[in-house]
Design a protein around this ligand. Sequence first.
Ligand SMILES: [Zn+2]
Length: 310
Amino acid sequence: MPKVTRILTISLAIMFFASALGCQSAAAQLRGEDGPSLAQGQDLSIQVVPDPLDIGGPARVTIQGLDMDAAPEGHFDGRPIFFFPTKGGVTGIFGADIMIQPGVYPLTISFETSQGTRQETIDVTVLEKDYGTRNITVPQSQVQLSQADQERAAREKVLTDRALATVSPYRLWHGEFLEPVDAAINSSFGRKTRMNGILSPRPHAGADYRAPEGAPVRCPADGVVILTGDHFFSGKAIYIDHGQGLISMYFHLSEILVSEGKEVKKGETPIGLVGKTGRVTGAHLHYGVYLNGARIDPSAFRKLSGSLNE
Ligand SMILES: [Zn+2]
């Protein structure tokens, strides 16, 4: 079924008038796919694509007719949305975390006008998506951890949580993300995982590429290496900050070839080599993308990143 695109059109002139009367919501009108094309003159249009979106799905919100001087900002599911200029307007990206419950969530946007700060709210529907289930078998010692391993994993979680909470003010990436390795995905994002027969409460938060040990890993977009390490679950791992809360990660490497603090460029290869370190059943690259803490589908994000009208 094709995704429906909804366009919210606001006439600034009407909005000011309505606002003066204390009924700002009367100024906003929802119009469907067959509604008017992008507004002109005093009008702004706000468009969320895709809408509805899937659990684990990334999306964009584009405001045509606005520029960065209006200091647009937004929120979705308690996470900030940062805007950047796109053709004829501004765009922000956001994601529905893999653990979000299906439902309708408000997306709020605010921006400055000569009349003061304006706020708009759009209801965004998040749909359930069945990504499937996988069965994997690992040594039981990697499921029921020893005291020492529990303590190690807890120490490493502090480091990785801190890396994943990084929100740099500037956007470092542009254009479509590249594939991180030349290989097919053999275990996609979002799959429920039955490990040694027990269903894990946490779905697969990245995509696994079936690449052989030693295969070069490519940097998909400009960024800065914010964390490297050899971790109990993730093995040798690299975390890259692409700015404005967008973080990518590469797990189970045999070699890490970049150091923390290094600026990396789109296409830079190799930043590391595929391996089978950490909790794995064999050599592969686990590739994850988090957007302001929301765990999103890296493949869907790559498509979204290539569809922005920059
Ligand atoms: Zn994985």
